[in-house]
Structure formats: structure tokens, C-alpha cells
Design a protein around this ligand. Structure first.
Ligand code: HPA
Length: 270
């Protein structure tokens, strides 16, 4: 895997603007952030040696370089989900690439169902911590010392300083921010009412099918992480209605300008 990674990185490196240290992974229906990127250059996943290719509707599948908030960034429009059949190594491959490109920060967004009774559809939840319920761990197997430690610490998976910055910016601009624990599950089914209830009992505020693998690998690689969930549907007794991928995308679209604003303001200050 290391050799493959190195080949991807040496192909990509000349195309990534000097000084880029922030990677952004855009979740379902959250791709509009790219409209705020200036000096944009797109690299389709198909063009990148050894890169997986994404398949789900609403995921366009390209890397975008450019500037956000005046700072050079690399955004992934379209991520790789475990439910699509990718291995955990494939799901997290782009994060390894970012690590080997020398990036310091990873910003992640996703669409999620809310279990917290005070959440509403369209809320933005700052992820404070996660519970990993994926059936396979992205770090399972031989550990490569040059990528990270065998037993990585997860006491601050979501960087405290970045979270504080997000809180400050949201407060200053009157943007409502919710806070909570993200439960990462494999999907692709949305939850039964009993499953939402179970995820709430174990300490979750929102549930989704992504993010956790990428965050684990980013932390293993020493990157600082900030992540947001857009609450696109509610898994709260009495408020549970049928959900579809299209509705999730539509709800995400409404909230995304606010999330994009917060991300951009934080990046300005990095
Ligand atoms: N469950 C799991 N994943 C999701 C949900 C949900 O309710 N909404 C958006 N992604």
C-alpha cells in the first residue's frame, strides 16, 4: 500500500499549490462549498493513479484545488463510502494521500440523522466526538510506523481549538450551532426507529454512514480534524418520517451555505 500511496502522491504533488495544508471532504449534498473556492482547478478521481472512483448520485468525484478564505486548500467533492463496497483502505485512501502531502488540517462534512430531541432538520451539528460502529476498522492489519502509531490516541479526535474557533465564529455571526456525538454506521439502510433509539441510548446525537473512518486515519496520521453534520432527518420518536436519499440531499443543500461560511472563516484564521 505504501508504494501505491507514494505513486499517487508524487503524481499529485506538482498539481497542488505550494503551501496547501488543509484538506476538505464534502458530504452528501454539501458540494456547493466549492463555489466559494477561487483559482479553482479540478482533478477528476479517474485521472489520479490508484485513486478509487465514486459511484453514488450527488457525489461528483473530483479533487478541487484553489483558495478558500484566501488560503490554499484541497477539497474532495465526493467521498468513498463503505456501503458502496469499498474496503476501509479505499475509503480512507484520500486521507492518507493528504497526510503524505504534508497537510495539517482535515475538515469533514456529512449529512446525518438526528437523535437528539432538541435538533431540527437543517441544523448544523459540530461533531465533538464519535462512536465507531463500522464492522471493520480502517487501521486493522499491519501498522506502518511511517504513517502512525499502532495504538493511536483518540481522546481528542475532533480538535478542541478548531471547535472553539467554530463556536466563536458561529456566535459572532448569529449562526445556530448544535453540538454532539456522531455515530458512524455502515448503512446503507437508514435506521429503524428502534435503531435510532439505541444510538441515542448509547450516547449518540446524530448518525450517519461516513466520516468516522476518515477521521480515524487522519488522527493516526497526526492531522487536526474538524467535522460538521448537517441534520437532514430526525430519528426521534414521534418525529420519524420516511426518509430518502433525495430528501437528505435537499435538506443538506439548505443548510450548507452556513456551514461553508463557518469553514471558510476558520480557514482564514489558520
Ligand atoms: N441515518 C444514517 N445516515 C444518514 C441519515 C440517517 O438518518 N441521514 C443522512 N444520512
Amino acid at each position: 500500500m505504501l508504494q501505491t500511496l507514494k505513486e499517487t502522491v508524487s503524481w499529485l504533488k506538482p498539481q497542488i499549490p505550494e503551501g496547501t495544508k488543509t484538506g476538505i471532504i464534502l458530504g452528501t449534498g454539501l458540494g456547493d462549498l466549492v463555489n466559494n473556492i477561487t483559482d479553482k482547478k479540478e482533478i477528476p478521481y479517474e485521472a489520479i493513479p490508484h485513486f478509487p472512483v465514486s459511484t453514488v448520485a450527488g457525489h461528483k468525484g473530483k479533487l478541487i484545488t484553489g483558495k478558500l478564505g484566501g488560503k490554499p486548500i484541497l477539497a474532495m467533492q465526493g467521498r468513498f463510502h463503505f456501503y458502496e463496497g469499498y474496503s476501509m483502505k479505499e475509503v480512507t485512501y484520500p486521507v492518507r494521500v493528504m497526510q503524505l502531502l504534508g497537510f495539517e488540517y482535515l475538515f469533514v462534512s456529512n449529512a446525518a440523522g438526528g437523535m437528539n430531541g432538541s435538533f431540527q432538520v437543517g441544523d448544523i451539528m459540530l461533531i465533538e466526538d464519535h462512536i465507531n460502529l463500522f464492522p471493520e476498522h480502517p487501521l486493522r492489519g499491519k501498522n506502518h510506523g511511517e504513517l502512525g502509531e499502532r495504538f493511536p490516541d483518540m481522546s481528542e479526535a475532533y480538535n478542541k481549538k478548531l471547535r472553539q474557533l467554530a463556536t466563536d465564529i458561529a456566535g459572532k455571526h448569529n449562526i445556530k450551532l448544535q453540538y454532539g456525538i456522531y455515530v458512524g454506521t455502515q448503512g446503507p439502510t437508514f435506521e429503524t426507529p428502534a435503531e435510532y433509539h439505541y444510538f441515542k441510548i448509547i450516547g449518540g446525537d446524530a448518525v450517519g454512514m461516513s466520516t468516522v473512518p476518515e477521521v480515524i486515519v487522519a488522527r493516526h496520521g497526526g492531522m487536526k480534524v474538524l467535522a460538521f453534520s448537517i441534520i437532514t432527518d430526525l430519528g426521534v420518536y414521534g418525529k420519524i418520517v420516511e426518509v430518502s436519499h433525495e430528501e437528505v440531499q435537499a435538506a443538506a443543500k439548505i443548510a450548507q451555505p452556513k456551514m461553508a461560511f463557518i469553514m471558510e472563516e476558520i480557514i482564514k484564521q489558520l
